[in-house]
Ligand binder design. Structure first.
Ligand code: GLN
Length: 258
């Protein structure tokens, strides 16, 4: 079903932004701006609701949840709180909410993260994975191939900078295959994780300005599984092409991957 909204109808999508004051490295907040704008162009109003330490995740409160990246220090400040929110967040995704988690937020939506000092930071347990900090940071441009809809491969371009190596449980579904860059651990050839409408990834940049199809996928899922009317996206396509070429030229190469 394609979403068509006439000018008299008012559709509002509530986006729950987890810990905006702590997790916003590399301007990850820019992803929210893209969601707002692309929704507005389709006649959908976005209301962004910050969700901070101690706040409850209300059942049915948001159509989409977002959590950005941060350094180990900021992650340590929110980890215990996020662990408490884990069950409610997972219930929201099961109910139909979409979710995007980036880098530090992605790590903490798994079972936990052993940080560079050896401290165990508990996570929300929403994604079937664990992360352990390694000695060498994985930094550079990344290009992925994703197939969120079977038979429809799309590319995602972005930038990664993480010490954490993320290990998916057997049977867990990655977000995509690494064409250039390191991805989850620099070895598996995979990046990110997907649990239904919930996506986790290491890609900053921010992610959505240069991958508008992904923003539309998230919005469509958040609005109940609709396809949005396409936009022109000429500049966005150019930005994606530049980024993809940069990743091909100088992204980190996972071992065992051509
Ligand atoms: N602190 C985490 C790491 O280095 C996440 C960093 C980030 O969000 N860029 O692995």
């Amino acid at each position: 079903m394609i979403l068509r909204i006439d000018s008299s109808a008012r559709v509002t999508l509530v986006v729950g932004h987890l810990y905006p004051e702590y997790l916003n490295i590399y301007a990850d907040r820019g992803n929210i701006a893209v969601l707002e704008r692309r929704a507005a162009w389709r006649g959908v109003e976005v209301e962004v609701r910050p969700i901070g330490l101690g706040d409850q995740i209300e059942a049915g409160g948001c159509g989409l949840y977002y959590i950005g990246g941060g350094q180990d220090r900021e992650q340590a400040l929110v980890a215990a709180d996020l662990e408490q929110k884990g069950e409610a967040l997972a219930a929201e995704v099961e109910r139909g909410a979409a979710l995007l988690a980036v880098c530090g937020g992605y790590q903490l939506l798994g079972r936990g993260y052993r940080d560079a000092r050896g401290e165990w930071l508990p996570g929300a347990g929403l994604f079937p994975l664990e992360t352990v900090a390694g000695g060498r940071r994985m930094i550079g441009d990344v290009l992925l191939e994703c197939e969120l809809e079977p038979g429809v491969p799309r590319t995602v371009a972005g930038f990664e900078n993480h010490a954490g190596r993320t290990l998916l449980d057997p049977g867990a579904v990655p977000l995509g295959r690494v064409l250039a860059g390191f991805g989850n651990d620099g070895e598996s050839g995979y990046e990110g994780c997907r649990r239904g409408r919930a996506l986790g990834t290491y890609l900053h940049g921010p992610l959505l300005p240069r991958n508008p199809w992904l923003a539309d996928w998230l919005l469509g899922e958040a609005l109940g599984g609709v396809a949005l009317e396409p936009l022109e996206d000429e500049l966005e396509a150019e930005a994606q092409a530049v980024s993809a070429a940069r990743a091909r030229a100088r992204g980190g190469r996972p071992q065992g991957h051509a």
